[in-house]
Design a binder for this molecule. Structure first.
Ligand SMILES: Nc1ncnc2c1ncn2[C@@H]1O[C@H](COP(=O)(O)OP(=O)(O)O)[C@@H](O)[C@H]1O
Ligand SMILES: [Mg+2]
Length: 376
C-alpha cells in the first residue's frame, strides 16, 4: 500500500495541509507538541476509520472549527483508491471510498496500517488482555472469519457466565445439563479461535525471532510462547483442539460453578515473551521491551507480504527513543525496503540522514502545524 497524497483539513492543530509522501521512508522531525503524531493519527484514521489515540472522535476536530476533513489518494492491491472522511461536531462521520459512502469495518478490512506508538509498551507490560487484544486485532487481517468467531465466542461466554452465576446463587450444582447448550457453542467457536491463533503464531514466531536476532546482533534470544489453558502442542489439528477444549471444560465445571465464571478457554490465554530465557515483562529494560514490539510489527509486515497481496503502511511514532544507535541502525536497514513508512522523531543526526536512500525518502520538518519538506 502506498499513500500518494494526503490532505488534512481542520484536523487537530492543522488548518490545512497537503503533502505528497515518498515511496519508502517519510520522516517527520520537530520539537514536542508541533503536530508530528497528529499526522500519523490522520493517516491511521483514513486507513482504519479510527484513531489510535482516542475513541472520542470530536476531540480530533480543530478547536476553532465545526468540521474536519481528511483525504488520501493511495495505491492498494495494484489499484488506485481515494478515501474521504468528514467529521462534524453535530453530524455522524462520513467515510467514502472512491466517492461511495462506506462503513468503518469495510475500510479496516480493505486498507492496512501497522501502528507503533510508545503506548503499545502495554502489550508487554500490561495485563494478558492487552496481549490477546494485540493478537486478535492483527489476526483479523489474515482470517476474514475470525471476527465472526470472536464476536460469537464473546456472546456465548457471557451467556454461560450469566448461567453459572445464576446456578451459584440458587445453589443448583446438580443442574449442569443446562450448561451443555452453551458448552457446545463455546467449544466450537473457541476451537476456531485457538486454531487461528496457533496457525498464525506458527508462522509469526520464527519471523519475529529472525528479525530480533538481526536487531540485537544475535545477542538476545527471543522466545515467544502461547500460554493456554489447554495443553496445545505444535502438531495441533482442529479436531484435537476441539476434543481437548471439551475435556477441560468438563473437568473444570465444578470450579466454574464455584467461581461463577468460565475459567478456561481462549479468553484466559496469554502470550509470554522471554529474552535469553527470562520473562521480559518482569526483567526487561524499556529498550528491550520496545525492541520486541517493533520486532512483532516488522514480523507482521513480513507475514502480510507472504500471505496477502500487499503490505500495509507502517506508522512509527517516536520509535527511536530509548534505542541505542546500533539498534537504530538495524531498524533503518530493515526499513529501507519495499514498505511505505511514516516515522516521527524529535531530531536526527547527519550520520542518520546519510543512511537514508534519498530517492525514495523524504524528511519533513514540522512546526506549529506547518510542514516543510527538507531538501535532501
Ligand atoms: N483538536 C485540536 N485542535 C487544535 N490543536 C490540537 C487539537 N488536539 C491537539 N492539538 C494540539 O496538537 C499538538 C500536539 O500535536 P502532536 O502531534 O501530538 O505533537 P508531537 O509533535 O509532539 O507529536 C498540541 O499542541 C495540541 O495542543
Ligand atoms: Mg508525538
Amino acid at each position: 500500500m502506498r499513500i500518494k497524497e494526503l490532505f488534512i483539513n481542520n484536523f487537530r492543530n492543522y488548518k490545512s495541509l497537503h503533502i505528497k509522501p515518498k515511496e519508502n521512508l517519510n520522516i517527520f522531525i520537530g520539537d514536542n507538541a508541533q503536530g508530528k503524531t497528529n499526522i500519523l493519527e490522520a493517516i491511521c484514521f483514513l486507513l482504519q476509520g479510527r484513531s489510535f489515540r482516542t475513541s472520542h472522535e470530536k476531540e480530533i476536530i480543530n478547536f476553532d472549527s465545526e468540521q474536519s476533513k481528511l483525504k488520501t489518494e493511495l495505491k492498494a492491491y495494484n489499484q488506485n483508491y481515494s478515501i474521504d472522511i468528514s467529521l462534524s461536531r453535530t453530524k455522524p462521520k462520513i467515510i467514502k471510498i472512491n466517492n461511495s459512502t462506506t462503513s468503518k469495518p469495510e475500510l479496516a478490512t480493505n486498507f492496512g496500517t501497522i501502528v507503533f506508538t510508545p503506548d503499545q509498551l502495554s502489550i508487554i507490560k500490561g495485563s494478558p488482555k492487552e496481549r490477546r487484544r494485540f493478537l486478535d486485532l492483527e489476526l483479523a487481517s489474515f482470517y476474514p472469519q475470525y471476527k465472526y468467531y470472536f464476536v460469537n465466542y464473546q456472546k456465548v461466554l457471557l451467556q454461560r457466565n450469566n448461567l453459572l452465576k445464576e446456578l451459584k446463587e440458587k445453589k443448583q450444582a446438580d443442574t449442569f445439563d443446562l450448561l451443555e447448550l452453551w458448552d457446545n457453542q463455546l467449544i466450537s467457536y473457541g476451537a476456531k479461535i485457538l486454531m487461528a491463533r496457533m496457525e498464525i503464531l506458527k508462522k509469526l514466531i520464527p519471523m519475529a525471532q529472525q528479525i530480533h536476532n538481526q536487531i540485537t546482533s544475535d545477542k538476545e534470544k527471543l522466545t515467544i510462547r502461547y500460554r493456554s489453558s489447554l495443553n496445545l502442542n505444535s502438531n495441533f489439528r482442529e479436531e484435537l483442539i476441539y476434543d481437548q477444549f471439551r475435556e477441560v471444560i468438563l473437568k473444570n465445571r465444578q470450579q466454574d460453578y464455584l467461581k461463577g465464571q468460565t475459567t478456561v478457554g481462549p479468553h484466559r490465554d496469554d502470550l509470554v515473551f522471554l529474552i535469553n530465557n527470562k520473562n521480559i515483562t518482569d526483567f526487561g529494560s524499556q529498550g528491550q521491551q520496545r525492541t520486541i514490539i517493533l520486532t512483532l510489527k516488522f514480523a507482521i509486515i513480513n507475514l502480510w507480504s507472504c500471505e496477502l497481496n500487499d503490505v500495509p503502511v507502517l506508522l512509527l511514532d517516536d520509535v527511536f527513543f530509548e534505542l541505542d544507535s546500533k539498534r537504530q541502525k538495524y531498524i533503518f536497514d530493515l526499513l529501507n525496503k519495499d514498505v511505505q513508512v511514516f516515522i516521527t522523531s524529535t531530531g536526527m543526526a547527519n550520520t542518520e540522514k546519510n543512511l537514508i536512500n534519498i530517492k525514495k525518502n523524504a524528511i519533513f520538518n514540522v512546526r506549529s502545524g506547518l510542514v516543510c519538506e527538507e531538501e535532501l
